[in-house]
Design a protein. Structure first.
Length: 273
């Protein structure tokens, strides 16, 4: 009986190892276009992929393409192109899910983003890996309290709208965060469908329409500097994500030693493999 149990454990560990060896992620920071990703043919034959459709996990700072592949020869992580494989890709997924890769460490929104991302994944193997990483990250959050005292990003954005209560608000672009704000009762009556009538513009995607010098822009999606400079708006009227992150981080009253907690989490993730 003990021997059978031992064999099952060994078989499971081997399957799990092979499972992760097929797992990878291609990371892009300040993501603008899908063409910014390394093409699959640059590092593996397209025919080796189980799921040929692309799914992207998009956050405010980056976009990531997770994938499953079948390949008999070992593939080495490509640091220059931000491509990770196997356990290194899974470690990255855990760090993202826990909030270690976020500008506001331990932020909550990444959980919602990953849960929505999982719903779009068709490949069952990929879905299981991402889901397991998400559940493991929730467990680590509970154990360490890394997200205690961290406000929800949506509340931070809503707080900014109070500073400009003398005018209408226009929401530019469409994403989960934008839809949550649109439904919020605090600003529902202040929303306008005409960008020219707005005092405050919250951009959730790359903004191409002309903004006038009397309007305030909250650059939620990190528009490229080249794109912003084309607008008829002064720098003083632009609130970018770094401004918001810095302000939030300075106000967080963390009941934990953040540096030690991050170190403990990373050690835990590394020892796990």
């Amino acid at each position: 009986m003990i021997l059978i149990f031992f064999i099952i454990i060994v078989m499971f560990s081997q399957i799990n190892s092979l499972y992760l060896n097929n797992f990878g992620v291609n990371i892009r920071y300040n993501f603008i276009d899908k063409s910014d990703f390394v093409d699959k043919s640059d590092f593996v034959d397209k025919s080796d992929f189980v799921d040929k459709s692309d799914y992207y996990l998009k956050t405010c700072q980056r976009s990531e393409r997770y994938f499953i592949m079948y390949k008999t020869t070992p593939i080495i992580t490509d640091i220059d192109n931000n491509i990770l494989y196997g356990s290194e890709a899974y470690k990255h997924l855990l760090k993202v899910s826990i909030g270690l890769k976020s500008k506001i460490v331990g932020e909550h929104e990444i959980i919602d983003q990953i849960e929505n991302y999982i719903k779009r994944i068709k490949n069952s193997e990929l879905k299981k890996i991402i889901y397991s990483g998400l559940e493991k990250s929730k467990e680590i959050r509970r154990e360490t309290g890394i997200d205690l005292g961290v406000p929800k990003f949506i509340d931070v954005l809503l707080n900014y709208t109070k500073k400009y209560s003398d005018g209408y608000i226009y929401l530019y672009g469409n994403c989960n965060l934008q839809r949550q704000i649109k439904k919020n009762i605090q600003i529902k009556n202040r929303l306008t469908n005409n960008i020219n009538h707005a005092k405050l513009i919250m951009a959730f995607s790359k903004i191409n329409e002309l903004i006038n010098k009397n309007q305030i822009l909250i650059d939620v999606c990190s528009n490229s500097p080249q794109n912003i400079t084309k607008q008829n708006i002064t720098k003083q009227n632009i609130i970018n994500l770094n401004d918001i992150y810095n302000q939030v981080n300075s106000l967080i009253k963390r009941p934990i030693n953040l540096t030690k907690t991050i170190y403990d989490i990373e050690q835990h993730i590394n020892q796990f493999y």
